[in-house]
Design a protein around this ligand. Sequence first.
Ligand code: NAP
Ligand code: 8YV
Length: 324
Amino acid sequence: MAEFETLMMTRMPPLVVEGLTSVCTLHKLWDAADRERALAELAPRVRAIATAAGGERLDGAAMARFPNLKIVASFGVGYDHVDAAWAGAHGVVVTNTPDVLNDEVADTAMGLILCTVRQLPQADRFVRAGRWLEGPFPLTGSLRGRTLGILGLGRIGRTIARRAEAFGMRVVYHGRRPQHDVSYPYAPTPSALAQACDILVAITPGGADTHHIVNADVLEALGPNGIFINVARGSVCDQDALIAALRDRKILSAGLDVFADEPKVPRDLLEMEHVVLLPHVGSGTNHTRDAMSRLVVDNIASFIRSGAPLTPVAETPWPPAGAG
Ligand code: NAP
Ligand code: 8YV
């Protein structure tokens, strides 16, 4: 194999490091003593970049430093940290890790739904504080008769919908257009979706198109018995508006796996008893992270072998539009 050099931008799981080491020459930028010097020296030779959702942003200027760059393989299905449109326009294919995490993230969403509706973390804290000795835990809300609103009925959204149906919930959804192969009612706007449901789950991509699509108006429409769950990206929700809605009891509760400026979580949220907060663990199991790791490696390995990546993103289709 002619030498194929890959740059790993950020610390990635051992399975990715081992897998890439077996198929190409791997340079770990996060290990370099002098990052700028390493970048300057490696840039002309780098043909692949391995990176991760939540890692540093790879915009056009960052990718342009690598004149022979051919593929960016990202760990995670969300790729709002990569300017995929720029990559597509400059002959660079971008890959992500779709599907292998659908079940895990849907489980996390259901966990947040159960935790917020039934107040399970609060009940746990109640027992630990010895308060059960003083009397029973207050009765909570219930999933019975509830409607789940799914903002982003994609691969993960549909997986959440199937779980919600098994729990006996009704499902409604919003996306940019109605989907004709599902029987769930379509809501034409995020506000209409919020109005039509009791629990609103955001599971769209991040980025400019979805920036703050859950805003004060949407939360107002969700109403005082409504619950907001965010397993998408922090940027999808106006975090200040969410804090205000929770503080003023305009909504009942929120379950959040993602935040505007991770890993920073605003003190206002930390101090609220009626929210459930997770440290972006939607896909965070050994099983699923291993599957995601293998897909990062397999994308680069397949590209080296045959020139064809396995899971290119929509902006960089393979074969490229107009080719052969
Ligand atoms: P997907 O299959 O592409 O689904 C995304 C859905 O969002 C599509 O149904 C799309 O429907 C909808 N959508 C896109 N842009 C929209 C807009 N501007 N307004 C309303 N709806 C819009 O993606 P996926 O694999 O399900 O993943 C979804 C996202 O979940 C990822 O991009 C990532 O941000 C997040 N995620 C989070 C975690 C976590 O750990 N918390 C883990 C994995 C993924 P239309 O095309 O019909 O609009
Ligand atoms: C990632 C995620 O594991 O897939 C995504 O989009 O958000 C998570 O599954 C996390 O961002 C680490 O890269």
